[in-house]
Design a protein around this ligand. Structure first.
Ligand SMILES: Cc1cc2nc3c(=O)[nH]c(=O)nc-3n(C[C@H](O)[C@H](O)[C@H](O)COP(=O)(O)OP(=O)(O)OC[C@H]3O[C@@H](n4cnc5c(N)ncnc54)[C@H](O)[C@@H]3O)c2cc1C
Length: 380
């Protein structure tokens, strides 16, 4: 079995981006993806301006499929206060972008093909053995691979197999109801985040429509899914108000449970853990994938700067852990704080949220700080 330099388990956006960032240094990198082909998942992702810059570095920005978010309107239902973050105020072309998972996946796959990085589809990793000098992977196909460095970018499937790695899970007791929404008014690049007593409700501009993310208690989410289209739109309009116009249609609706899941430590013998495998967040502030891409960029930089013999060694893994410590913990804490402060009335009363939103609206440096945090995390 030949020795790879880096074996990446999981060819989602974070694993594929890591392969792109690490390629070009003459390393033997291979990606192993359980799916038999790219997913083409239509799910909407929110990417920050910082993520765009990182993806542009490796020519993998899906320009044609991206919708710029030029302003974010934040408000709460049943209370005072609102604020508006604008790209203009940050002197940027956009605060962020929406892209479909499938478009990002396709841009990265095209780039990896051009860079001759091997992507093995249909290889589901089912066993991991860690030795002092290599990680050995076993796949459902009965194939095996051996690498100096194993990277888990599999969304969390394999981390529990690694000695010393454990997940911390916080269930928010909420589900997100998602669907494609049309209104009678053009969105003009504006995203909305509205805090309601049942949970946050977000509208993200996507091409000529919105992606809706409506959080609610599991039973309420079930009820919302079961409603006919007209009733669903009427209830959404009541919860959201008319600031985005009249809602006229909603596509297929789906829901998924919301929780925070983090690993106790993102490294182990010969192993680094990145993206959703390391931290899966509530979608409230669209931070999850951006944080994952920053994991991948940091590890990619180390792949380029570490001598081959030292790849996957304890010094390199300690450097990766240190590089991500502050940004990852702050990203998790920031998202968790927003969920707790804005979704749980016991923690911060309505007037407190109103005061915070009003203060943000009046105080440009605070808005800049918030925008900076959402765009770059804690790495700048
Ligand atoms: C409905 C929804 C909406 C979301 N919206 C947003 C948003 O607006 N903004 C945002 O930032 N984030 C959002 N997220 C989260 C976002 O999708 C994740 O942050 C992102 O997909 C993480 O990328 P990843 O590459 O780490 O993991 P994933 O995208 O989960 O990719 C993991 C890959 O690993 C593969 N894999 C799994 N197990 C194995 C195995 N055993 N062997 C080999 N391969 C394996 C999988 O097939 C998959 O391709 C959303 C998530 C959901 C579910």
């Amino acid at each position: 079995m030949p020795m790879l330099d880096v074996a990446i388990v999981g060819g989602g956006p974070v694993g594929a981006a890591l392969a792109a960032w690490g390629a070009g240094a003459g390393l033997e990198i291979a990606v192993f993806e359980a799916r038999s082909a790219p997913s083409g998942d239509p799910r909407t992702l929110a990417l920050s301006h910082g993520s765009r810059e990182r993806l542009e570095e490796v020519l993998a920005w899906p320009e044609a499929g991206a919708t710029p978010i030029t302003s974010i309107h934040i408000s709460q239902r049943g209370g005072p206060g609102r604020t508006l973050l604008t790209a203009e105020e940050q002197s940027l072309p956009a605060l962020g972008y929406t892209v479909s998972y499938g478009a990002l996946e396709a841009a990265l796959a095209e780039r990896l093909a051009k860079m001759s990085v091997a992507v093995h589809y249909g290889e589901s990793c089912e066993g991991i053995a860690l030795e002092a000098d290599a990680a050995i992977l076993r796949f459902a196909s009965a194939r095996e691979a051996r690498a100096r460095l194993l990277v888990l970018a599999d969304g969390g499937t394999n981390a529990a197999r690694i000695p010393g790695i454990a997940f911390r899970v916080k269930d928010y007791g909420q589900h997100a109801v998602v669907g494609a929404l049309r209104s009678d008014r053009a969105h003009g690049g504006r995203a909305y985040e509205r805090f309601t007593p049942s949970g946050p409700l977000a509208l993200l501009p996507v091409q000529d429509r919105y992606a809706l993310v409506w959080t609610a208690a599991p039973r309420e989410a079930e009820r919302l899914l079961a409603l006919g289209e007209a009733d669903f739109l009427a209830q959404l309009q009541e919860a959201f108000g008319d600031r985005a116009g009249r809602f006229i249609s909603v596509g297929a609706r789906a829901s998924f449970p919301l929780r925070l899941r983090t690993v106790n430590v993102p490294v182990a013998l010969r192993t680094a853990i990145v993206g959703n495998a390391a931290q899966a967040l509530h979608p409230i502030a669209g931070q999850g994938l951006n944080l994952g891409l920053r994991d991948a960029a940091a590890l990619g930089a180390l792949l380029r700067s570490t001598p081959r013999e030292a790849l996957g060694g304890s010094a390199m893994l300690a450097a990766y852990r240190e590089a991500r410590r502050r940004d990852a913990s702050r990203g998790v804490a920031f998202t968790d704080f927003l969920v707790s402060a804005f979704a749980d009335g016991r923690l911060v009363p309505t007037w407190g949220r109103g005061l915070a939103l009003t203060a943000l609206d009046l105080f440009a440096p605070a808005r800049r700080l918030l925008a900076e945090r959402m765009i770059h995390g804690s790495v700048k």
